[in-house]
Design a protein around this ligand. Sequence first.
Ligand SMILES: Cc1cc2nc3c(=O)[nH]c(=O)nc-3n(C[C@H](O)[C@H](O)[C@H](O)COP(=O)(O)OP(=O)(O)OC[C@H]3O[C@@H](n4cnc5c(N)ncnc54)[C@H](O)[C@@H]3O)c2cc1C
Length: 592
Amino acid sequence: MTSYNPPIDDINFCIRHLAGIDDILTLESYAGIERSDLEQVLDESAKFARDVIAPTNVAGDQQGCAVEGDTVRVPAEFADVHRQFVENGWQSVGGNPAYDGMGLPAIVAYATNEMVETANIAYSLLPMLTSDAAEALEAHASDELKATYLAKIITGQWAATMNLTEPQAGSDLAAITTRAVSDGDRYRISGTKIYITWGDHELAENIIHLVLARLDGAPEGVRGISMFLVPKFLLGPNGEPGERNDVRATSVEHKLGIHGSPTCVMSFGDNDGAIGYLVGEENRGLAAMFTMMNHARMGVGLQGLAVSERAYQLARAYALDRVQGRVYGVEGRAPIIHHADVRRMLMLMRAQIEAMRALSYTAAAEVDVAHHGSDETAREAADRRLSLLTPIVKGWCTESSEQVTSLGIQIHGGMGYVEETGAAQHYRDARILPIYEGTNGIQAADFTGRKVLGDEGRELRAVVGELRDFFAAANDAALSGAVKAVFAGLDELEKGLEWLLGNAATDPLAAGTASYNFMMLAGTVLGGAYLAKGAVLATSGASDVDEAFGKEKLATAAFYGAHVLPRAHAFAAAMMADPAVTMAIPAESFQA
Ligand SMILES: Cc1cc2nc3c(=O)[nH]c(=O)nc-3n(C[C@H](O)[C@H](O)[C@H](O)COP(=O)(O)OP(=O)(O)OC[C@H]3O[C@@H](n4cnc5c(N)ncnc54)[C@H](O)[C@@H]3O)c2cc1C
């Protein structure tokens, strides 16, 4: 098993040249912060991820989690990792300074998260959900709740969870039945939530559950759902955790991967009802929870990139080391990296990873402007762009991680299929990513319906237009292959968009049958376009990019153009197929 070496050069490159950190640092909220300060933070984060977190990845997978007595036992090594993580301030990198956060740009927190997620994806869910919850509370909670809870969550002293899913309510949150009853200035919550990530443990002094529940008499469906803050330990008069609240993890799931992350069945209100506090307005809970979910969707997309990077580093090391057969030009028996087909697989991994990073960092940069932009127009524009790109980052990066981690196994041959190299763990860990935080079918529906049809394609057209303008100006001969492939991909994406706009209004099946392929088309093309944009910028003589980095970026973009971008045509053709073809066999006929 290899260690993890954070790809800090590519991360810094994306932050500077694709996310535009110099522009972000001109925002008033970041006055006084220098780029060099941020680079130091990232270097330290890389060391922490490499030296402290990454070595616990395999142990976490092997030990798993279990309910023990009144709590949940998690892998032993995680306690020290989390203690150091919190003490060193890593939880609070992007947090609001008004609540003890460090107040660094969100794009920097995104990069530190990438490294934590790559080092140990199962552990990373604990800090990820904690900061997602902070985001929702900051946007929707009362001043009193914020004053009581937010600083403790932002600093990581207390952890947080997201409680949506119930046995009958997975994708369909309208079916939630967890009950909330008013009890003076608070509420009593009762019901069962399933699959709750890091639902219980003893790594933090308190756990703050954000819970969706229904008040008695609330309207049916999603308009009758409210959000509550339910602490594991109720606070005593001094504001410190005291008496245990009526909420418990009753079991932990046995599952395919992320064994180090406890996936809990949570029982609220077995006795008198768990005490909870309303967040935001009654019956407006789903909108509030969407703040948390959107943040988490960007985080899960990033997990797709992260687990792919770890699988790639492992496969690369194996390919350099494993000797098999002879290859023209290599003396003696050759390390398998010299076989053209192994190189193809490594390049497929690398090119898709760099495309994921290019796309997701471009999208994540919008978070800073959406929150801190100088005027309303800039903030709204950034929010629109982020909303469009979020389901693509979540859906396409996580779908891509399935192929990349599978290639990681293939490069190892039989040693990939057996557990001891660690390649299999990455494949198993990756498999949850297209499922949780809204399955990719739901991401595709969100992208197609709400984000594209909802604005008649305007924002997506704007993205395509900006990319066309950028590449029109980049006519260097060395770039021509990569750039030509991007233009061909953009043509396919526009065709798909026009087909959707033309057909969705008249054929009720069109959006549903097209949505997955449309999301994959958009991800494949935009990932490739931002990767190629990086190649153009890396070879344009920028003083902070060394020549070797620029050449490799260009070679990677050219490979993506030759091997991945042609998939755009297949996705476009599938999305534009007659919707009736998908639905031709009636549901009843599937019965055995
Ligand atoms: C390891 C793990 C961790 C999790 N962590 C959390 C957590 O912390 N908090 C939490 O609240 N939940 C969590 N979940 C739950 C997760 O978000 C749900 O599993 C997911 O939303 C899907 O719900 P479901 O499993 O009920 O599948 P279903 O909703 O039954 O879906 C089954 C299939 O039908 C498709 N489908 C369903 N409805 C539609 C539709 N409208 N359009 C198109 N296709 C559709 C889905 O795409 C999927 O392919 C976790 C799950 C797991 C396995």
